[in-house]
Design a binder for this molecule. Structure first.
Ligand SMILES: Cc1cc2nc3c(=O)[nH]c(=O)nc-3n(C[C@H](O)[C@H](O)[C@H](O)COP(=O)(O)O)c2cc1C
Ligand code: SF4
Length: 430
């Protein structure tokens, strides 16, 4: 089995047996993990891949792909996250085709960008972490201004996020997009990624098929759950058939959409089982629907000023300015806000389940490990400080002081993702 961790690099040698990274100064991540006795800092496996620890930077759209092409800034962004101690970093939202992009500066997968992505994965590997890339299609809320193409979705639907209608996907569209997912995964593998993450949550295309709110088809892809899951399941099957049996495929999916008439937790348990059966290596249960409950997946403060500033469409800009308070709802933030719901998925499948949602501290991560989650994904705490995992491992801090102000979300499309917080330093060990 090919394993890129069996390589030797300038400043790190990697044991072929356990894939632990050892630097020449003599410290090993494994020994550090033993020192602080937390399972989350011990290696973990997803299919053929062994991660040096169980922390994964979640996909957080970087806004660093001008002209749909990954930039040096994006490479440096992920190098820094990798150097900060995570087991794996996830490059956010890569559309599988041009018509699946939500913004003009969102990359879409094509041969032309494979060499740049290879530079990114090389930089991440050199820092001792693995790299994953999120593959997605945004369906009915694709930006016609960015793609020049009328958005497609499961059914004709007005999108209040774009102020436009999509057209329902034909059989030809269904086959083409499914194949695009497979091709994109293969190109990701060629670019040196250790895993791919299929986005089947957050109201993106695959999630639009799962949700009764966006899927009113009357064919074999609409109606009861067994029909609504058919298309996303076929995409996972296609990706598995293309990347081979051992290559890690994570699937980010919804526990619930977050509104009446959307996907429910009971249904998501069945979806999880089906995804496992079709070849998913690990599941990342999240929630929310970008075009309707955009902050539900994150919770916390609504960054209206930043959202208005970053909106390019003049109609949407005005509407967000005037009615944003009513259009974008606030959802209260709680640490580990998805914990109880995510446990139902943990109990339903055998493959690794990655806990995501409101992780701020080592205690939070331990709680997830104790409930049987094999990994954790962390978003904002790593945006706040890319070095947070190293600091937690060394005992310098036990928690992030990200205050879920969500201004980084308001800024990501305009300036590239960064923490806008004025606060200095992080919470010290008490
Ligand atoms: C700035 C920002 C950008 C995000 N972009 C994406 C994205 O492109 N894809 C995705 O699946 N989730 C995205 N998310 C959601 C996170 O991956 C994660 O699900 C959410 O923030 C909850 O995790 P946290 O509490 O650790 O931040 C984004 C979050 C933030 C803060
Ligand atoms: S801007 Fe900084 S403090 Fe605010 S949510 Fe983002 S990472 Fe956290």
């Amino acid at each position: 089995m090919y394993n890129k961790f069996n390589e030797s690099r300038d400043n790190i040698t990697i044991s072929s047996k356990n894939n632990f990274y050892e630097n020449k100064e003599g410290g090993t991540v494994q020994r550090t993990a033993e020192r602080n006795k937390s399972k989350v800092f011990a290696p973990g496996e997803i299919d053929s891949l062994t991660l040096r620890n169980r922390t994964i930077r979640s996909a957080c759209f970087e806004g660093m792909c001008q002209h749909a092409t990954p930039s040096e800034t994006l490479i440096e962004h992920h190098r820094k996250v990798a150097a900060g101690g995570v087991g794996m970093t996830t490059v956010a939202y890569c559309a599988v085709s041009k018509d699946g992009a939500a913004f003009a500066h969102e990359m879409w997968m094509r041969e032309e960008i494979v060499p740049i992505l290879k530079k990114l994965t090389d930089a991440v590997h050199k820092e001792g972490a693995a790299a994953s890339i999120q593959l997605a299609h945004c369906g009915f809320f694709a930006s016609k201004a960015a793609t020049g193409i009328t958005p497609i979705g499961p059914s004709r639907k007005f999108c209040s996020y774009r102020y436009s209608f999509c057209r329902p996907m034909t059989t030809e569209d269904l086959n083409r997009v499914k194949e695009d997912f497979g091709k994109a995964a293969l190109m990701a593998k060629k670019a040196g990624f250790d895993a791919v993450e299929i986005h089947a949550g957050h109201g993106y295309l695959l999630s639009q098929f799962l949700s009764p709110w966006t899927n009113s088809r009357t064919d074999e892809y609409g109606g009861p759950l067994e029909n609504r899951v058919r298309y996303p399941a076929s995409v996972i099957k296609q990706v598995r058939s293309v990347v081979g049996p051992d290559f890690p495929i994570l699937v980010k999916m919804n526990l619930e959409d977050g509104f009446k008439g959307g996907l429910t937790v009971d249904e998501s348990v069945e979806v999880a089982k089906r995804f496992e059966a079709e070849g998913a290596s690990a599941l990342v249960p999240s929630c929310g629907f970008t075009a309707r409950t955009s902050l539900y997946m994150m919770r916390g403060h609504t960054p209206l000023t930043e959202l208005v500033r970053s909106e390019k469409n003049p109609v949407a800009k005005m509407a967000t300015f005037m009615f944003g308070r009513f259009l974008v709802k606030d959802y209260e933030f709680k640490e580990m806000f998805l914990f109880e719901q995510a446990k139902t998925i943990r109990a339903a499948v055998k493959i690794p389940v990655v806990y995501i949602g409101g992780i701020l501290s080592v205690d939070n991560m331990n709680k997830a490990m104790n409930e049987g989650f094999e990994f954790v994904q962390i978003g904002r705490a790593t945006v706040r400080d890319p070095n947070i995992i190293n600091k937690m491992m060394s005992g310098e801090v036990t928690a992030s002081d990200c205050d879920h102000c969500n201004r980084c979300i308001g800024e990501m499309a305009a300036t590239g993702v960064f923490c806008t917080s004025e606060k200095k330093g992080l919470l010290k060990d008490s």
